[in-house]
Design a binder for this molecule. Structure first.
Ligand code: PMP
Length: 395
């Protein structure tokens, strides 16, 4: 009989020729358990998803309760479905007043697609600006915004009318003009290896968009929902986007994405033509129930409060001549090594020791540290001791 691993390689589409092939059958809090019962600490939260930990009891209960009440009943936007209503209201309550209207979709990529269409429709312009080294998703629209030619070239032609600016570079903001429909920026760049631009940049970016009438779109799909030490990344800079994109962590482990704007902007998708953006499963009731439980858990357990300090503890402990820098903000960090070879060896050794990490799409010499936000001080100490032991042995 073939093993699960063999069946996986035979019948499941592969995204690389060297998948990790770890096989898990349980996840709880900070930990994943493999088929032999070995325990692994998850230092990457399923890539920025499990912010409240795996299988948080409140999320599991909400999923079970909603699944037993109703699952899919109608395409998005026609019936009043209380899980969607309650989650959208709860989001509006924690967001600035102009971000009061949420369109729920199924993934981050779909949130990006929806926002591109919304910006074109609302501004009646077609040009879009994105950043070099960005990652916004894998569908053809989102891929068109990706700031890395290596991943795009095989799929051209992609969308026309897209130009690129360097994240954090003030002079590049002059590319934003009265022809620009929208500027898509990851508030904190994720796959670039965790980069954080400064206050002056964000102020100038906001001003340029306002002056030209371009919509400012913040992709907080990776950095949103508490990860940076504030509920939303843009709160660090006291500016507010016109459209906010969320996904990954907002569902507590269930698939959901959202693009959020003002009602005035959002209503433009409903006319000329009607049904400007439609989705069958977007805002699935079970995912929305999970999302609301996740948001309530973050608020009730005051999970964001400890994030900055926890990030600083990582930075304090991860001192070694082979570690060039621990870059990032809150619990969104990259440990920078000299090159990919060292990084890969350290990551492989850590996984053997039961600590899961990986590297970044556009930054192969940095190791990802984006754990569930519930990580404790002693768990941080353990993770750092494993990383340092392996760095010492390898670098
Ligand atoms: N934007 C950012 C910043 C992301 O990190 C990701 C996923 N890594 C996406 C968009 C795409 O999200 P999804 O994989 O859910 O489509």
């Amino acid at each position: 009989m073939l093993t699960q691993r063999q069946l996986f390689l035979q019948h499941n589409a592969q995204t690389t020729l060297e998948p990790l092939l770890l096989e898990f059958n349980k996840a709880n809090g900070m930990y994943l358990y493999d088929s032999q019962g070995k325990k692994y600490m998850d230092l990457i939260a399923g890539i920025g998803v499990s912010n409240v930990g795996h299988c948080h009891p409140a999320v599991v209960a909400a999923v079970q309760e909603q699944a037993a009440s109703y699952m899919h009943i109608m395409v998005y936007g026609e019936f009043v479905q209380s899980p969607q209503v309650n989650f959208a209201k709860a989001l509006a309550d924690v967001l600035p007043s102009n971000l009061n209207c949420t369109y729920f979709v199924n993934s981050g990529t779909e949130a990006v697609e929806g926002a591109m269409k919304l910006a074109k429709r609302y501004t009646n312009r077609s040009e879009i600006i994105a950043c070099y080294n960005s990652y916004h998703g894998s569908t053809q629209g989102a891929l068109s915004l990706m700031g890395n030619e290596e991943f795009k070239q095989a799929y051209r032609p992609l969308l026309p009318g897209i130009s690129f600016i360097h994240y954090g570079a003030l002079p590049d903001l002059n590319l934003i003009t009265s022809k620009t429909a929208a500027v898509f920026v990851e508030t904190i760049q994720g796959e670039a290896g965790i980069r954080v631009a400064d206050q002056a940049y964000f102020e100038a970016l906001r001003k340029k968009c306002t002056d030209t009438g371009a919509l400012l779109v913040f992709d907080e799909i990776q950095c949103g929902f508490g990860r940076t030490g504030k509920m939303f990344g843009f709160e660090h800079f006291n500016i507010v986007p016109d459209i906010l994109l969320l996904a990954k962590g907002i569902g507590g482990g269930m698939p959901i994405g959202a693009f959020i704007s003002s009602r005035e902007i959002m209503i433009s998708l409903a006319t000329n033509p009607i049904l400007g953006h439609i989705t069958t499963f977007g805002g699935h009731p079970v995912s929305c129930a999970a999302g609301l439980a996740t948001l309530q858990t973050i608020l009730n357990e005051d999970i964001v409060a400890g994030v900055t300090e926890k990030g600083l503890l990582f930075k304090k402990l991860l001192k070694h001549p082979a570690i060039k820098e621990v870059r990032g903000i809150g619990l969104m960090m990259g440990i920078v090594f000299e090159n990919f070879d060292i990084n890969k060896k350290v990551i492989d050794a850590c996984i053997k020791d039961g600590l899961i990490s990986d590297w970044f799409l556009h930054c192969s010499n940095a190791m990802r540290v984006v754990p569930p936000l519930i990580i404790t001080e002693s768990e941080i100490e353990w993770a750092c001791s494993i990383i340092l032991k392996n760095v010492e042995a390898i670098a």
